[in-house]
Design a protein around this ligand. Structure first.
Ligand code: DI6
Ligand code: FE
Length: 409
């Protein structure tokens, strides 16, 4: 056994530490040390207190690669069966997302496919999508249920998410989205919400399958009033809440979510000043989903300036789902956030690291390169972090690939 103070020391690296959303926190020719899975030291290589080999058991030459915090996709519906390319064609022919949903397509068509799929088939389809997320440098991903809308299928979806976490090098936060839309078995919204509160939520929570509770607050889904009992039940169980809010219209979901100290409110194209003030006061993160905005060809943009004025942390995510955002590539969504919503490169990076961590309640452990946080990184062969956003199709290096373990003096 060696008694060096660190386990691993990365050398000849460029770091983007992401301390805030106005600064990438770049350190060139840097060193980064790991001890017990956490960042123990980082800084300019010349500032190392002694010769590398006297400090760490293993020294790794990064050959000028960049290290960033692992990317965090804080809003996805990654587990589902089938796809909805036919609806995509219908939308291109002029039908709206809401019209297709009302006509029995939309979410309910994926519910049907997901109910019919075996656990194995659902796992296989979802694993393929997850693999592409990981190629983009994702180390933490949130996955929602919501295409089951009954106990067995919601359980199947969350079990698939759990199995994915066991089989891939990624942290998965599991969110119950049983309140996605009204299932065909129920004609009364109140009765379905009651069923979630009494049966689905407590049973799946007891099985360790629920880290948070989400709902779809929209004209074509649920009202704030209908969702209150669900959020109250989540709080009773000690679970954090989040909300799909003000995507297609302003339902004042943000204010309701803020009253329950929601981790995040997501979409927000139609949020107004009162909504922004409410989430600012509650410390709730605004999660923008430019993929859905793009696919649905929306024209109303989320009020980025107003959110910044009130210092609301802005995260972005893929919203990976078969209807409104069939995207797994988080860097593409960073690109869309810059081009469509006017985020800067610095804001887009913070939106998939620092602020995305907060949107999952994990800001103490991940989201930036800082001493004490977990050693979860993405490695990139680039000359500046802007390239990840600029050049679509820039992939992260598989963890530690091509990095040579060498002896440094
Ligand atoms: N908002 C979304 O973006 C997804 N769900 C939601 O509530 C879309 C889900 C779908 O169309 O399948
Ligand atoms: Fe969504």
């Amino acid at each position: 056994m060696s008694n060096q103070q660190w386990d691993t020391l990365y050398l000849n690296a460029n770091l983007a530490t992401i301390p805030s959303d106005d600064d990438l926190g770049i350190i060139n020719n840097a060193a980064l040390a790991i001890k017990d899975g956490k960042i123990a030291w980082l800084g300019a290589r010349q500032a190392l207190p002694a010769a590398p080999t006297t400090l760490a058991n293993e020294c790794v030459d990064c050959a000028q690669q960049w290290i960033t915090p692992g990317l965090i996709d804080c809003h996805t519906h990654l587990v589902y069966a089938g796809n909805r390319s036919r609806e995509f064609a219908m939308r291109l022919a002029g039908q709206s997302y809401a019209e297709i949903a009302k006509a029995g397509g939309g979410i309910l068509s994926t519910v049907q496919a997901t109910r019919q799929a075996s656990l194995e088939a659902l796992y296989q389809q979802s694993a393929q999508r997850l693999q592409t997320c990981l190629q983009c440098g994702v180390t933490t991903i949130e996955i929602k249920s919501g295409y089951g809308l009954d106990l067995d299928t919601e359980m199947k979806m969350l079990r698939v998410a759990q199995m994915l976490e066991q089989n891939f090098p990624v942290r998965i936060q599991k969110t119950l989205l049983a309140a996605h839309t009204l299932p065909p078995e129920f004609s009364q919204v109140e009765a379905y919400i009651e069923h979630i509160c009494q049966q689905i939520l407590p049973q799946l929570y007891a099985q360790g399958l629920v880290d948070a509770v989400d709902a779809f607050c929209e004209k074509i889904a649920f009202s704030t009033q209908q969702l209150e009992p669900l959020f109250a039940r989540a709080k009773q169980l000690g679970l954090p809440v989040k909300l799909h809010a003000e995507q297609l219209s302003n339902q004042h979901g943000a204010q309701m979510a803020a009253r329950y100290q929601a981790l995040s409110v997501d979409h927000l194209e139609y949020i107004d000043a009162a909504g922004v003030q409410a989430i600012a006061a509650a410390g709730t993160v605004a999660v923008l989903l430019p993929g859905a905005f793009y696919y649905l060809q929306e024209t109303q943009k989320p009020p980025v300036e107003l959110l910044r004025q009130y210092k609301v942390p802005i995260a972005i995510a893929t919203d990976c789902n078969p209807g409104s955002s069939p995207i797994t590539a988080l860097p593409w969504v960073m690109n869309m956030a810059c081009i469509l919503f006017g985020l800067t490169i610095e804001q887009a990076w913070a939106a998939v690291t620092l602020h995305a961590a907060k949107a999952l309640g994990l800001e103490q452990c991940i989201g930036s390169l800082s001493v004490g946080k977990l050693a979860e990184f993405a490695f990139w062969e680039i000359s500046h972090p802007a390239e990840v956003i600029y050049q679509l199709g820039t992939f992260a290096k598989p963890a530690n690939a091509d990095l040579t373990k060498v002896k440094f003096d």
